[in-house]
Design a protein around this ligand. Structure first.
Ligand SMILES: Cc1ncc(COP(=O)(O)O)c(C=O)c1O
Length: 438
């Protein structure tokens, strides 16, 4: 190895401008509760729940203890052909929280794996039912579904796709259901705009429904910068997909487990998809884990329509990893015992007022919110993309607040345990930051 004296060069960081970071690193040493501590001893409020995942904040003693205890008892067992009781316990807990008959749970290690798992289940399901022509997927412009080849193919974020050659064929995208002229500064769901969901009918007509396996959407766009669907939109997608025998997948990697004050966005919006993908808050981001919940009819098709032996040729070495499962059981119990979803419902209005209060600053051109997530759009400086939002992100960190930035949007999504005074603190730090950056 060619050793340089640059101790930062070996680590190729994900989704990070490596050269900029290594010139001016943001290094975190520890975390507790709602705060990170930097290597130079500063406290930084975690205004993004890590990466939308640390729903309980950091180092919840019961979660730490559950992981510690599990590591000493059973560190690993193959999930192929073997089980451990806690994995079944967790699957039951999650199935109980899923809407209607989404009663069966497949474990993964990340959101990306959950998405690719869901896409594979969807095509295999149709094939088992004798509808093997259904292979196409429909995603959306600006959708984010992780970084697997399936996920970037159905995803609609240009930079995540354009460098990577030929993606999955047979994928189409619905339009981005947002119009700044009529929707900017909406509180919660924007007013109805039926044309966005009706665009799905046009895409189906173009390809013929017999070729389409599934439609995949984030119920609320997260990574694009928190875009909430217009009223009635998700319900209409459900009606159209059902009419055409197409599976509807809700990618709830961000929204599942409390972000919107309910176990799922499906529950909050009263719309039941066929498959729900999850990860992140499943165990508050403590050990890598994801899960895919499917309707009974899908699971039963695999059990009934396959020859004896393995029904689904798919899985991961670390599916239902004992440490991830132990953490998830502890976290899911805390969600119930400590009334975490109820807290989100209680403080949501206060959070919304804080976000829209910031919207009074001249440099903010839009504010969007639902549950404990909000997106702020910043006017560019001299027409340069990210010029202001990037400066806000950096300055917020220096001022003691960690937020997310994508393009000209900043997202704030604090741990679900926040109180009104924590929300005041976020508002104060953001206002100070906006004024500092100008
Ligand atoms: C909706 C959605 N799907 C999938 C993913 C990918 O998850 P992961 O980074 O765990 O692979 C994300 C990550 O932010 C996401 O927001």
């Amino acid at each position: 190895m060619n050793h340089t004296n640059d101790t930062l060069s070996a680590y190729w960081m994900p989704f990070t401008p490596n050269r900029d970071f290594k010139a001016n690193p943001r290094m975190i040493e520890s975390a507790d509760g709602l705060y990170y501590k930097t290597t130079d001893g500063r406290e930084v409020f975690d205004g993004s729940s890590g990466l939308w995942c640390c729903a309980l904040g950091h180092n919840h003693p019961k979660v730490v203890e559950a992981i510690r205890e599990q590591a000493g008892r059973l560190d690993y067992v193959s999930p192929f052909q073997f089980g451990h009781p806690a994995a079944f316990e967790l699957a039951n807990m999650l199935a109980d929280d899923m809407p209607e008959d989404l009663d069966h749970v497949f474990f993964t290690n990340s959101g990306s794996e959950s998405v690719d798992t869901a896409l594979k289940i969807a095509t295999a399901y149709h094939r088992l039912r004798g509808e093997g022509t259904r292979t196409r997927f429909i995603g959306r412009v600006n959708g984010y579904h992780g970084v697997g080849f399936g996920g970037i193919s159905v995803g609609g974020m240009v930079n995540n796709r354009k460098f990577f050659g030929s993606l999955l064929t047979g994928v189409d995208h619905m339009p981005f259901p947002y119009d700044s002229e009529t929707m900017a500064f909406s509180r919660g769901e924007p007013e109805r705009r039926d044309d966005y969901a009706e665009a799905l009918e046009q895409i189906i007509a173009l390809h013929d429904s017999s070729t389409i396996a599934a439609v995949i959407v984030e119920p609320v766009f997260g990574s694009a910068g928190v875009y909430v669907p217009p009223k009635g939109y998700l319900k209409r997608l459900r009606e159209i997909t059902e009419k055409h025998g197409i599976l509807l997948i809700f990618d709830e990697v961000i929204t599942a487990f409390g972000r919107l004050g309910y176990a799922t966005a499906a529950e909050r919006f009263g719309v039941t998809p066929d498959i729900i993908t999850t990860a992140k808050a499943i165990n508050s981001g403590t050990v890598p884990m994801g899960a895919v919940a499917v309707r009974k009819g899908i699971y039963d098709t695999f059990m009934d329509q396959t020859e004896s032996g393995i029904e689904l040729f798919h899985g991961y070495t670390y599916s239902a990893h004992p440490l991830a499962v132990a953490a998830a059981i502890a976290v899911q119990k805390i969600y119930k015992d400590e009334g975490i979803y109820e807290n989100v419902q209680e403080v949501e209005g206060y959070f919304e007022d804080m976000a829209h209060g910031l919207g009074e600053e001249e440099v903010i051109t839009d504010v969007r919110n639902i549950g404990l997530m909000c997106g702020l759009t910043f006017a560019q400086k001299d027409g340069v993309p990210m010029s202001r939002s990037g400066a806000i992100f950096q300055r917020a960190y220096e001022n003691g607040l960690k937020i997310r930035v994508t393009a000209d949007n900043v997202a704030i999504a604090p741990p679900l345990t926040v109180t009104k005074s924590d929300i005041d603190k976020i508002g104060d730090l953001m206002r100070q930051t906006i004024r500092d950056v100008g």
